[in-house]
Write a protein that binds this ligand. Structure first.
Ligand SMILES: Cc1cc2nc3c(=O)[nH]c(=O)nc-3n(C[C@H](O)[C@H](O)[C@H](O)COP(=O)(O)O)c2cc1C
Length: 248
């Protein structure tokens, strides 16, 4: 088969590009790091059946809290995605509350990437990893913004300088240098006073969101990667959960 000039040039360029990427993948910076066996314990369906998954999470969270090897059981990876591109973004956040509806975190709702994502997509996921217990919990759900009163109730538990920090940081916007941030902090210290007492309200652009689950998966590491995975799932927020076992 005879290829035209332009087709030949296109194919040659494609091959060049592919061989270039093959070259760079030879330089593996990390390759198959040391692995360890998961063997801690096993999870059985009977332990979960008929239970409220939020209460199961609560039990697991308290076990993680009591484990001295786990410094920050409330750390969780929060993912969001922007539409229409579908571009996904993940970051660590701290779980601050769990109630009978869902998982609550606090953040900048004005300028952060997550806030921007939620304008086009009300779904989010959280993923917890408690290494010494060999447990993962994944949550997928829909976002609800907390009321001003609920946000304020939590905001007032934060140390004074953290409250000032929330005012001073236009989270995830580009700043020129550290000095710019420090000047912003200084101006809010002057506005509110650096020392207690003196009320500092939560900024309007800052607040809590609740992730109300559509799905919660409990993952317990098992030998030879044959982990136990159980998922509580429902189609919408009003339905009851179905419990299913998932292949590892
Ligand atoms: C352990 C840990 C906990 C964090 N907790 C929070 C949090 O609770 N809320 C928050 O807004 N950012 C928290 N951050 C910072 C976020 O990871 C992130 O940098 C910030 O929220 C901006 O994200 P975004 O612009 O992608 O939304 C935490 C970072 C770490 C490492």
């Amino acid at each position: 088969m005879q290829l035209g000039f332009f087709t030949r040039r296109f194919v040659t360029n494609q091959i060049k590009r592919m061989s270039k990427s093959t070259d760079s993948t030879k330089d593996k910076l990390i390759f198959a790091p040391n692995r360890y066996q998961y063997s801690k314990s096993s999870l059985h369906k009977e332990e979960l059946e008929g239970k409220d998954p939020l209460l199961v999470f609560n039990d697991w969270f308290h076990e993680a809290t009591e484990d001295p090897a786990i410094q920050s059981p409330e750390s969780s990876t929060l993912s969001s995605a922007r539409l229409p591109s579908g571009r996904v973004s993940s970051r660590l956040v701290l779980l601050k509350e769990l109630d009978r509806r869902g998982f609550i975190i606090f953040t900048n709702l004005g300028t952060s990437k997550k806030a921007e994502d939620w304008k086009t997509n009300p779904y989010a996921s959280l993923s917890f990893w408690w290494e010494s217990l060999q447990r993962q919990v994944r949550v997928e759900g829909m976002i609800e913004r907390l009321s001003r009163e609920e946000t304020e109730e939590y905001f007032q538990t934060r140390p004074r300088l953290s409250r000032i920090g929330a005012w001073a940081s236009p989270q995830s916007t580009v700043i020129q240098n550290r000095k710019e941030l420090e000047e912003r902090v200084q101006s809010y210290k002057e506005k509110f006073g650096e020392d207690e007492p003196g009320f500092i309200p939560a900024p309007e652009f800052w607040g809590g969101i609740r992730i109300v689950p559509l799905e919660i998966e409990f993952w317990q590491g098992g030998q030879y990667r044959l982990h136990d995975r159980f998922s509580f799932r429902r189609d919408d927020l009003e339905s009851n959960y179905q419990l299913v076992r998932l292949a590892p």
